[in-house]
Design a binder for this molecule. Sequence first.
Ligand code: BG6
Ligand code: MG
Length: 220
Amino acid sequence: PLQAVIFDLDGVIADTAVVHRAAWEQLAHDIGAPFDEDIAERMKGVDRRGSLEILLERAPHAYSEREKRVLEDRKNGYYVAQIECFGPGQLLRGARRAVESVRTAGLSTALASASRNAPLLLERLGIAGLFDYVVDASQIAHSKPHPEIFLAAAKGLGITPETCLGVEDAAAGVDSILAAGMRAVGVGDATVLSRAEDVLPGIDAFDIQRYLNRQPTDRD
Ligand code: BG6
Ligand code: MG
């Protein structure tokens, strides 16, 4: 039976996917690299260095390790400047209710975020106390789509992956959940997130009862 729901943060709970995207787009502009929908979608859910590498695939020249760190810091500066003034108003509609409904149903909650800014953002949003366990990029070695972050969340909760459901807005995130052996629910574009057992238009449509009463779909 289902014992826990593990939520992604950016684009599922917080209205920050657009902020990350805008910061990367600004950096792309700074260095004369192309930026389009495809690149933006591939960057979603991927950690800072992984996202930068995607951006640099089509950059006009190669960058050294030291230069890459400078670029990462610049992008993070753009991002942090935006979230500095964030508060509970930047929670996505229905996000708090979704997490609370899981707790009310007697299940555990965890957060699995590829962002090193996750602890700061949770504080700003005023929801740090809603999660039994939090894992962010600073605690793991492999970025989504690797399963490490979701496996670490299950371990932190003291339960097995088979009893967990993960919620993600990124294809890399859904792949990470499935690779961890968990059930996956997508939030956003059904075409991009087609590997999830269910895709919701927004977190406000999340209904825990639906997953308590239903067995995971057989997929092969
Ligand atoms: C993920 C976002 O949650 O965090 C990505 O989906 C972002 O867009 C990544 O690049 C890393 O974030 P940070 O805050 O560590 O640079
Ligand atoms: Mg996300």
